[in-house]
Write a protein that binds this ligand. Structure first.
Ligand code: KG4
Ligand code: ZN
Length: 338
């Protein structure tokens, strides 16, 4: 069936998502069922609870995506599913569902790396992804700085040695008693704050490499809060949030821009949940403009986990001849290029 229609399936963390994509670029339907409410009372995602909810939700979500797109399984040219990295019990649900449908209907199956999916979110807003480019994928689980010399080729320039940037947001927000996920909460608080109020450490900033480290910043932020508590002082939360957020944005941007300059790329691309942060986007935009390069980032709702990005990456992979067989399995620590 040469319909150009791909069904994308995404269950790598706490979102059960399915989407129908046309020609890798056009969103026909995009259903995201978030479990945030369920996990919020635990302050983070509980893997066993996540996979149980994926099992209940996966087929209703897929049906909703097909119905909204007004297509049936018979209209699909390919089924794309995220098979890693992520929570293995969660990934397995999407992978099993995708394999079952592909087998039952004889539809080609393509396993997609979730990080690659985040990058392809940029294709879904009418933008032209035009390598060579450097891409920073920043989410709750990842902080990867990539050189993409041509589509489908990935060279990892650097990654976090400890916490992911989104994880640092989430952990500090949790200590502040803010709901999960913490990034948007800190961003909201930071709007009224002074980012110069508190000087937090910048991990590995002076080092001559593209790796990141956020655990030192996280510890410094937690020590700051504890110190104030012990002295009976009240913390000015907007200043705290703005300074903390700025420490993350500063390091991410410095390294990204240094990589863009060193590799003389055409485009600089942001992806992943943290790329939804408006202050981060604005700061990177200023720096990229100075370099005379082009900046791409997905619309906010496509920065966080969704299946449209998986459908897009899977469709382009399919066009390039990529196929998965029924032995496809979830790989919790899947790396780009594997
Ligand atoms: O890509 P994503 O939905 O899931 C993963 O693959 O991890 O990213 C979620 C992460 C969370 O850590 C969340 O706090 C962070 O992205 N995030 C943000 C913002 N929106 C989401 N961080 C900072 N500012 C935001 N506006
Ligand atoms: Zn993600």
């Amino acid at each position: 069936m040469q319909s150009g229609l791909a069904l994308g399936i995404e269950t790598s963390c706490d979102e059960t998502a399915a989407a129908v994509i046309r020609n890798g670029r056009e969103i026909v339907s995009n259903v995201v069922l978030s479990q945030i409410d369920i996990h919020q009372k635990y302050g983070g995602v509980v893997p066993e609870i996540a996979s149980r909810h994926h099992i209940e939700a996966i087929f209703p979500v897929i049906n909703e995506a097909l119905e909204e797109a007004q297509v049936t399984l018979d209209d699909l040219e390919v089924i794309a599913v995220a098979y890693g990295p992520g929570l293995v019990g969660s990934l397995l649900v999407g992978v099993a569902a995708a394999k079952a449908l592909a087998f039952a209907k004889g539809i080609p199956l393509v396993g997609v790396n979730h990080i690659e999916g985040h990058i392809y979110a940029n294709f879904l807003s009418g933008q032209d992804v035009n390598p060579p480019l450097v891409c920073l994928t920043v989410s709750g689980g990842h902080t990867d700085l990539l050189l993409i010399p041509s589509l489908g080729q990935y060279e990892i320039l650097g990654r976090t040695r400890d916490d992911a940037a989104g994880e640092a947001f989430d952990k500090v927000a949790r200590v502040l008693g803010l709901p999960y996920p913490g990034g948007p909460q800190i961003e909201k608080l930071a709007k009224e704050g002074n980012r110069e109020a508190i000087v937090f450490p910048r991990g590995l900033l002076e080092k001559d490499n593209f790796d990141f480290s956020f655990s030192g910043l996280k510890t410094a932020a937690l020590n700051y809060l504890n110190g104030a508590k012990q002295r009976g002082e009240t913390v000015h939360l907007p200043d705290f949030a703005a300074s903390f957020q700025w420490a993350i944005i500063d390091v991410l941007t410095e390294k990204l821009i240094a990589a863009a300059r060193e590799h003389k790329v055409r485009q600089v691309v942001l992806s992943g949940g943290v790329a939804a942060n408006a202050t981060f986007r604005e700061h990177v935009a200023e720096k990229v403009k100075e370099l005379g390069m082009e900046l791409l980032y997905p619309p906010r709702h496509l920065c966080t986990d969704n299946a449209a990005m998986i459908g897009s990456a899977g469709y382009f992979g399919y066009l390039a001849g990529r196929r998965s067989d029924y032995s496809l399995n979830a790989v919790a620590n899947l790396r780009l290029g594997d």
